[in-house]
Design a protein around this ligand. Sequence first.
Ligand code: NDP
Ligand code: BG6
Length: 489
Amino acid sequence: MVARVIPVDPFDLVVFGGTGDLAKRKILPGLYIRFLAGQMPEEARIIGAARSDLDDAGYRAIVAAAIDEFVPQAKRDAAVIERFLARIHYVAIDAVGEGGWKALAAHMRPGVVRAFYFSVAPSLFGDLAERLHAHKIADADSRIVVEKPFGRDLASARALNAVLAAHFDEKQIYRIDHYLGKETVQNLMAVRFANILFEPLWNAQYVDHVQITVAETVGVGGRGSYYDKSGAMRDMVQNHMMQLLCLIAMEPPYQFDPDAVRDEKLKVIRALEPVGPEDIVRGQYRARPADDGKAEPSYLEDVDNASSRTESYIALKVRVANWRWQGTPFYLRTGKKLRARTSEIAIVFKEAPHSIFGENESWKANVLAIRLQPNEGMNLSVMIKEPGPGGMRLTDVPLDMSFADALGEEGMDIPDAYERLIMDVIRGNQTLFMRGDEVEAAWAWTDPIIEGWDARGDRPKGYDPGSSGPEDALMLLHRDGRRWREIRG
Ligand code: NDP
Ligand code: BG6
């Protein structure tokens, strides 16, 4: 099955921070792949903007190197790269100074979509918005794309929303959460709302609990100074995992429209109960000793802060206080340096109310697992009779739908989240972007949790690299008579 490609309208996309890490790893390679796919029209232009003193040729060399490094070889076509590079320009600009703004204004073309990607440090977002407005570079139809983190608490998120709102309408602001651009995350909505099968069961009467796991094998080395001020709660839970939780827990929107979807997500966030210390486990990875393969530094060494209490792992038991989910907890966990890289949502249904087959391990079955990465797909495990003459013995088997098997190799040519999201910006579709009130509500829930452990002076528990996290996290479920699913790549 080949994905349909509908070209977007011609555009001028200015990438502030166009020489930075995110631009090189995700934004520019993503744009090239959309160009290769025929989705980005020949009339489109990408204008890199940063302080470095470069001309178009110098910047094109940077973009070419980024394509070389971050686009898979099978997609690197010299002739297409050359045509793509001809669409690339550069303007040297300082977000906090006056240099370059007039040149940028002169560069913009009338009659095409104007989009401005803020891929710079969050402290510069306000300056960019102000100057785009002051120099009349943005028009009423222009869009700004704002990277994460969007604030570090409710007060800073509100302040940032206010600065952006002074110059742009909410309809022009695209707050990125790249998890919303992941194919399987969107599929979650398709599965829930395009099939009748699941909806009758999608509530506390039939769902015992939900597990959301985002496990990573990488540590925080290289990003230590950012990460140590953030931690897993701010870095992953407040945004990415919150979005996943919302998509599972929300009511069906009346249509697939940006505000209809975001209204429903907002209701979920507002219904989240406060989380007490007994429902939180935080962890920090230890060093990997040399006798365990290659020695690796501990979290404290990675962030160069021996007294850090920041968590590289967190597990939480979360309750959604509404009719649908009363009594069904959502267990969330995420961490660095865990056993495998895997992101998975598991809807664990209740066991049959009465077993006519005697003792069996039916807790293993009745699980709908949605794998976000790797090996995107869905798996529904059910109990069946064990084959053979051994009587009525039961076993669990997967009804497995790997997207790769179902859709074939071409169907699996899934765009990276950034590719999808940037094209949505040009199309003017905000469905997969966070609205200002949503972000504020997420911080309003997050702040007291963080303030709580700060006030108590809680220290994260140590865990070994390559493990499933701190031992205490197991207890979070054991004490409720439940168990985590295995972290498997
Ligand atoms: P980098 O530090 O790698 O890049 C920063 C960019 O901003 C450079 O192009 C730099 O170029 C430019 N810049 C710095 N100061 C100014 C200024 N005063 N005026 C204009 N341009 C300036 O950062 P990242 O690319 O890693 O991150 C960019 C944004 O994306 C951040 O908000 C980050 O939180 C977010 N993000 C990044 C991720 C990643 O994986 N890298 C993941 C998720 C979010 P120059 O020095 O030439 O001006
Ligand atoms: C980013 C976080 O937003 O998401 C990182 O800042 C994390 O710490 C990353 O590693 C995970 O994204 P993905 O797409 O690799 O699961």
